[in-house]
Design a protein around this ligand. Structure first.
Ligand code: KG4
Ligand code: ZN
Length: 334
């Protein structure tokens, strides 16, 4: 759960209430516990964001809320709170698409960033490549056929007995390991198209771990590093191929896995060799945050977009597909 205040092109505050402790005993997010925790904390998280920004609630010019995709219970808590606050204060409310928020997060690093570009969305729930057209409309080029890459990081971390969430834990263990120790399969490399697949890699890690019995600290590090190299290798190869096919020279990498240091280093090296540039959000805005939602909402409101109090939440909201989901394109400045 997160809240942020945005003003004049700047993040005034960004508060994140982590739920890791709630979900850690289960090794993954439990939806019902997530929404209950949202209800308990929404009011204080919004208050903290206003306090940090030094802004009174009456000074808000509009409110943005994530409308989807995501866990419906958690989305509804934020949506109802946002709509109620907007109604009370007499200001506009807009629903923001979670993945569009992630794409806009790259502008918090480079405010001059404008489409067209290739967007690589890599998080716990999504792994997809989009061509973002000059008008901000996304076109899906490829996506995972099974697990999201962040989900693979989380599951492999669990196999290795590392803490949840797994991405940062794997990255930390991998720093001490040898990435060439085990030659894990690089998913889909020989397949045409731009889809991804990570469940085979996860299974290969499970088989390797089972075959070894109790792992030493060094073995955990080696498995983590070898897994990370295979997963990152697949993302880099697919992205480079898509850039070439689309004649684009800019890759925007967003979502929790965009925080991964190996992914950043390897994309930068590949970009130098192939002549493309990669843009990543600041580290603190890679994983889920409200600054990216506030930045997107401010732009939508600035463009005159308004959603009614009948605005609903969407658990599934594919980009570049079915209409009806609010804010399903990257908004350009007006
Ligand atoms: O965008 P995000 O916060 O939430 C979703 O919308 O899913 O992404 C969370 C995902 C988790 O799977 C987490 O393990 C992964 O991002 N992650 C990382 C790193 N930091 C977070 N994966 C690899 N390396 C990291 N440094
Ligand atoms: Zn996310």
């Amino acid at each position: 759960m997160a809240a942020a205040v945005w003003q004049g092109g700047e993040v005034l505050s960004s508060v994140i209430h982590e739920q890791h402790a709630v979900h850690r005993p289960y090794g993954g997010v439990v939806p019902e516990l997530a929404s209950r925790d949202h209800i308990r904390h929404v009011s204080q998280v919004v208050d903290a964001a206003l306090d940090d920004a030094g802004v009174a609630v009456g000074e808000l010019g509009g409110i943005g809320v994530t409308a989807g995709p995501g866990l419906i219970g958690s989305l509804l808590v934020g949506l109802c709170f946002g709509k109620a606050l907007a109604y009370r204060m007499g200001v506009p409310v807009v629903g923001v698409h979670h993945l569009i928020g992630h794409l806009v997060s790259a502008e918090l690093e480079d405010p001059s960033l404008r489409p067209p570009y290739l967007g690589l969305v890599v998080s716990g729930g999504h792994t997809a490549l989009y061509r973002i057209e000059a008008d901000g409309a996304p076109k899906l080029m490829g996506e995972t056929r099974d697990d999201a890459v962040g989900e693979a990081f989380d599951k492999v971390a669990k196999l290795l007995g590392l803490a949840y969430p797994g991405g940062p834990a794997i990255a930390a263990a991998a720093r001490e390991g040898d990435a060439t120790a085990i030659d894990f399969p690089r998913p889909m490399l020989r397949k045409p198209g731009f889809d991804f697949s990570f469940s085979g890699l996860k299974t290969a890690v499970a088989v390797e771990v089972e075959g070894r019995g109790a792992l030493s600290v060094q073995e955990v590090a080696d498995v983590a590093a070898s897994f990370e190299a295979a997963a990152v290798g697949a993302l880099v190869a697919r992205s480079a191929r898509a850039l070439r096919a689309e004649g684009l020279d800019r890759l925007v990498v967003v979502g929790g896995v965009a925080a991964n240091a190996r992914l950043r280093t390897e994309l930068e090296a590949k970009g130098r060799a192939r002549g493309f540039q990669s843009v990543f959000p600041p580290l603190r805005y890679c994983t889920d945050n409200a600054a990216m939602i506030a930045a997107t909402a401010a732009r939508l409101i600035g463009r005159g977009e308004r959603h009614g109090l009948d605005l609903n939440a969407f658990s599934r909201a594919p980009l570049g597909g079915a209409p009806g989901v609010p804010g399903d394109r990257v908004p350009l400045p007006s």
